[in-house]
Ligand binder design. Structure first.
Ligand SMILES: [Zn+2]
Length: 302
């Protein structure tokens, strides 16, 4: 069994009927995962939990727009339900970490996504950086070394920025390059005490399942022999799928399954089996559900 966290408010974030980051994404995912049990999660992340990652000024800016139309930052629009959804998504991310530390595996099925959100502003469909809030929470629970892998087709610039100087969080992003947000080059490796704890794997357009898996096997796996993560968190976007309208990579559902299998194995080797996935992008509605299902099936394997 995998823990699957969802709340109906995640489907109420709806900024424009033509927006690719739309409620129907979750509808497609839930249909594919049926009849699995979804746990409704209703706790918002607290101000203290969010301020481990985001500035108080940004949080005030968001809270002032609660129940209103507005924006969190560039390409991060808000509808009246969006701030409520973002606060609950961050709360669900924290809940998943607590469950992972109890020995479970699972996935947060939330919107809006998070990995582009920077400390001081939302960005690129993202409002609060859910996976960063989750990792920061894990640190307060005594987890000393956390691995974040971001396989969304876009570079996880917000997450990288949060932990760029932090040697307790190893951040690895594999993404298509060049592509929005025009960062995530191989020479971005962290700074200060965090130098060497950021690993970017930019992939050319047209790369497929085997090329992405090989890049992780050749670059990430050896790096973990010294880092030895105690917890693995995954920014799971599915816009590297070959039919996705926002990018030009060539992955299939089997590629996402294989990456989950690889990381699940690493979680068993280093992290007591603790691995959690957090939904990021993925905009092709007729393939998104199958991709998520493939990952969940891997999480469910003993
Ligand atoms: Zn993306």
């Amino acid at each position: 069994m995998a823990v699957l966290l969802y709340d109906p408010i995640f489907s109420a974030h709806d900024v424009d009927p033509k927006h690719p980051e739309c409620p129907a994404r979750l509808g497609a995912i839930l249909a594919a995962l049926a009849p699995r049990h979804l746990e409704k999660h209703s706790r918002e992340a607290t101000r203290a939990e969010i301020e481990r990652v985001h500035t108080p000024t940004y949080l005030d800016h968001l809270l002032a727009q609660r129940g209103r139309w507005g924006e969190a930052g560039p390409e991060a629009e808000l509808c009246p339900a969006s701030v409520d959804a973002a606060l609950l998504a961050a709360g669900a991310a924290i809940e998943l970490v607590d469950r992972l530390l109890l020995g479970e595996r699972g996935m947060v099925l939330s919107r809006p996504p998070g990995h582009h959100a920077r400390p001081h502003e939302g960005m690129g469909f993202c409002v609060l950086n859910n996976i960063a809030v989750a990792a920061a929470h894990a640190k307060t629970k005594g987890v000393e070394r956390i691995l974040i892998v971001d396989w969304d087709v876009h570079h996880g610039n917000g997450t990288q920025e949060v932990f760029y100087r932090d040697p307790s969080v190893f951040f690895c992003s594999i993404h298509q390059s060049p592509l929005y947000p025009d960062s995530g080059f191989a020479d971005e490796r962290g700074a200060g005490a965090g130098l060497g704890f950021t690993l970017n794997l930019p992939m050319p357009a047209g790369s497929d399942d085997q090329e992405w898996l090989s890049a992780l096997e050749k670059n990430l796996v050896p790096a973990l022999q010294s880092f030895q993560p105690q917890l693995i968190l995954v920014s799971a976007g599915f816009d590297a799928h070959q039919l996705d309208p926002l990018a030009g990579s060539w992955l299939t559902a089997e590629g996402f399954r294989a990456m989950t299998r690889l990381l699940r194995g690493l979680a068993h080797t280093y992290a007591f089996g603790r691995i959690g996935l957090f939904l990021e992008g993925g905009y092709r509605l007729d393939t998104l559900g199958g991709c998520v299902l493939a990952c969940v099936e891997e999480l469910e394997r003993v």
